[in-house]
Design a binder for this molecule. Structure first.
Ligand SMILES: *Cc1c(COP(=O)(O)O)cnc(C)c1O
Length: 397
């Protein structure tokens, strides 16, 4: 059962200083260092069970394992800390998003989705909620800034969008959504709670695919919802309990373990991604780089104000699909895979999924490789498929 929504601590400003962020994560890592009783196990435990002892009238914290598990409570407390909210975990990001739709939307009500957001969210809404009478409208990230939320029960947005990496001002959206009793839900998968705090910016809820950077080891699917709204938390908890969209004890334990290194991994990825994006932009030649951390990004100022770091994803456009595929194959430190936020750098041509991007557009997810080694290898592979960079051709490299 979810706890009452905790009050956000003082340090939970919308854009905390690097020092405040460091202290928050240090506190997070040591959250039970002193409160544990003598002989307690510090490592997270796994409780694989379907039954709990339940004689007589039902009572107590644990009655049936579709309703609760000690491992869930431990992970929910940890995830909740990171957003200063209550968290409810699910077996995937998609299940977490579904819980929000199912618990909030009724026939005749309207849902606003991002046209350039995660495709699975739109498919879920259109295949399973539209037939039940929910009206779904689409709006691009760029149009969101001036979009009215009047008449919507819920709007689900992502900033930066993926794979386009467009940004929207979340504080402004949240304020306008509140005027119309529209729940602004931010899918914060790309940035994690360490890279962006949508609840502090006024959003009603955040939803995550923990499959990505939160677990970070590319070995489990998982998701969660976090919110300071007790009604919302009760709704998604009830949905999980009744619909049975429950995480397994073992996966729960794996995510708990992965989460402990989130700060370390994310700092490395973001620093490496920024340096790589700068190197790609400096290289020149027939390529285009999109990264919110580059001063040339149209929303760079907003990125600096709203995010802490710029995320692990770089958009790299090469002249055509064939060149892009050859580059991914040539580069020894890129896994050809879909997904992002894992320890290993990965890349794919998004055109293969029908995204409205040029054939040569690559979504490149920077991992935890030693940054100089990754950068040198990416530049080497580019030289192989594109020929030497303009500066080298002019004799200055
Ligand atoms: C991957 C992803 C999802 C879906 O998560 P799963 O864990 O694959 O179910 C939802 N939103 C975003 C932004 C994602 O990247």
């Amino acid at each position: 059962m979810p706890q009452d929504s905790p009050k956000p601590p003082e340090s939970h400003d919308a854009v905390p200083t690097p020092q405040a962020r460091g202290e928050h994560f240090a506190r997070f890592l040591h959250r039970d260092s002193k409160s544990a009783p003598m002989g307690a196990v510090f490592a997270p435990t796994i409780t694989p069970t379907s039954l709990y002892a339940l004689p007589g009238d039902p009572a107590g914290a644990h009655q049936y394992a579709r309703w609760s598990n000690p491992g869930w409570s431990a992970l929910e407390a940890a995830l909740g800390e990171l957003d200063a909210a209550s968290a409810v975990i699910f077996p995937s990001g998609a299940a977490a998003i579904c819980s929000l739709f199912a618990s909030r939307l009724r026939p005749g009500e309207r849902l606003l989705l991002q046209a350039d957001g995660y495709m699975g969210t739109r498919v879920l809404a259109e295949k399973f909620f539209v037939p039940f009478g929910v009206q779904v409208d689409l709006c691009s990230t760029r149009e969101l800034a001036s979009r009215s939320f009047a008449g919507y029960r819920m709007a689900l947005v992502e900033s930066p969008s993926n794979p386009g990496l467009d940004l929207v001002d979340l504080r402004t959206c949240a304020a306008r959504a509140r005027e119309h009793d529209c729940w602004l839900v931010v899918d914060n998968t790309l940035m994690s709670p360490l890279g962006q705090q949508p609840l502090a910016l006024g959003a009603e809820a955040v939803v995550y695919s923990d499959t990505k950077i939160l677990n970070g080891h590319s070995d489990v699917l998982f998701g969660h919802v976090a919110s300071r709204n007790a009604e919302l938390i009760a709704g998604v908890s009830e949905w999980r309990r009744v619909a049975g969209a429950i995480p397994g004890p073992f996966e729960t334990w794996m995510v708990q373990r992965g989460l402990e290194t989130l700060e370390l991994r994310q700092e490395r990825m973001q620093a490496s991604a920024l340096a790589l994006a700068q190197a790609l932009a400096a290289r020149g030649g027939p390529l285009e780089v999109v990264y919110p951390g580059l001063p040339g990004h149209p929303a760079h100022a907003l990125a600096c104000a709203q995010m802490q770091g710029f995320g692990p994803l770089i958009g790299l456009t090469l002249p055509d699909r064939g060149t892009a595929e050859r580059f991914i194959q040539e580069c020894r430190y890129l896994r050809p895979a879909t997904s992002f936020g894992g320890l290993h750098a990965s890349a794919e041509c998004r055109a293969r999924w029908g995204d409205p991007v040029p054939g040569g557009f690559i979504r490149l997810s920077v991992g935890c490789e030693p940054p100089a080694a990754l950068q040198a290898e990416v530049l080497r592979a580019l030289d192989v498929v594109l020929g030497p960079p303009p500066a080298a051709a002019a004799g200055s490299r």
